[in-house]
Design a protein. Structure first.
Length: 380
């Protein structure tokens, strides 16, 4: 092993050769990983099983990001999936996306396709390529990071879009943080009451980057845990949680001494002209639940549901029935990263993450309700 530069991270001879590569992209990718590792006092790099890349919507990355992406010239070492874009690539006109945005967004997607990234366009890659317990990953979508660490028991830090790309090309990531078992211990005991998305929205602000050990006042589903993690990562910096009787590592550590309680009371309301579900993207079970809650009634307000295209294909009959009831089921994007939602005045969500980002990102008012309330609002 040989130390490279003035930092503390050691590189193998093969890794040093990559850092001195004649290929600009490979060299830049190694520089990104070394800088990340030294900033976080990582001892070494570790091989990853997959990468998940954020910063896909042209609305987020702009012209500078597009130019950087188009400069990349390398192939991937490990499988990589892609976060949502700024539009449904098939129904973008129906969403109200203009030609110029469509052209720029497609340029972004062509770069990733050329690199060999799987065109998943979803924030829920675990529904398509589910990691195994203990796998090291390089994921850059905050909600997916919490899901992978907490619900699956895989290991990923909160990567950026560029560092996830670098990891996909090099096949490694710095070994620090929650990649290391002892750093995954819970630091605070939290009793959550009521709706987990709402309670998670409030808890994230208080917890910041702590690792909570959750106890709930009722039985919860995996989809609710997904919404909880997304909210925590949006309002705070949490990369994982433990949930008593639900997550795979909840028995592995001592319970924290510090205890708090968080409820789901939120005072956020307006009269919605758009109801949205799917932040993170809806699962097949959530699509089934929406259809059941509709009870054959037609939507009387704009009602958009977002899901991965692969999930929509698996649930083709359910999607068809929802569309017949006036629900628009879009793929490849969501209410947060698409400029299409900017034209509405008040958007209703069941997502703590969307509740956090929409007011600033889209300059709209936001109302919150659980899944049942969202459906009832759409049909009333």
């Amino acid at each position: 092993m040989a130390q490279k530069g003035g930092g503390s991270m050691y590189l193998t001879k093969d890794e040093e050769r990559l850092l001195e590569s004649d290929n600009d992209t490979i060299r830049k990718c190694m520089e990104i990983l070394v800088a990340e590792g030294e900033a976080n006092e990582a001892e070494r790099l570790v091989e990853v099983k997959s990468a998940h890349i954020s910063g896909v919507s042209y609305d987020n990355i702009g012209e500078a990001g597009l130019e950087w992406l188009e400069s990349l010239d390398a192939k991937l070492k490990v499988p990589a999936t892609l976060n949502p874009a700024g539009m449904d690539v098939e129904r973008w006109r129906e969403m109200g996306i203009d030609e110029e945005f469509h052209e720029k967004q497609m340029r972004v997607l062509r770069v990733f396709e050329r690199l060999g990234v799987r065109m998943t366009l979803t924030c829920t890659p675990y529904y398509l390529l589910r990691p195994e317990f203990g796998d090291h990953l390089a994921w850059a979508e905050s909600s997916a990071i919490v899901y992978a660490n907490s619900i699956i028991g895989a290991r990923t830090e909160r990567e950026s879009g560029p560092s996830a790309i670098a990891a996909a090309i090099i096949g490694k990531i710095p070994y620090y943080g929650v990649h290391i078992k002892e750093n995954r211990a819970p630091t605070i005991f939290v009793r959550l009451k009521g709706d987990l998305a709402a309670a998670g929205y409030k808890a994230g602000r208080e917890l910041r980057d702590q690792i909570p050990y959750f106890v709930f006042d009722r039985s919860v589903t995996e989809e609710e845990l997904k919404l909880l993690g997304a909210a925590l990562a949006a309002t705070g910096n949490t990369v994982m949680f433990h949930a008593e009787n639900y997550t795979p590592e909840w028995k592995d550590f001592e319970k924290p001494a510090e205890k708090i309680e968080v409820d789901d009371r939120l005072e956020r309301a307006c009269e919605p002209d758009l109801i949205t579900i799917g932040c993170p993207h809806a699962s097949v079970r959530e699509l089934e639940t929406i259809l059941k809650l509709m009870g054959g009634r037609k939507a009387k307000k704009e009602f958009w549901v977002f899901t991965a295209r692969d999930v929509a294909r698996k649930a083709e009959k359910i999607v068809q029935k929802l569309e017949e009831l006036g629900v628009k089921v879009f793929s490849d994007t969501c209410m947060v990263v698409s400029p299409a939602t900017s034209k509405f005045r008040c958007i209703m969500v069941n997502s703590g993450k969307a509740l956090y980002y929409l007011p600033n990102k889209r300059d709209v008012d936001v109302a919150f309700g659980d899944l049942r309330k969202c459906v009832e609002t759409a049909v009333s």
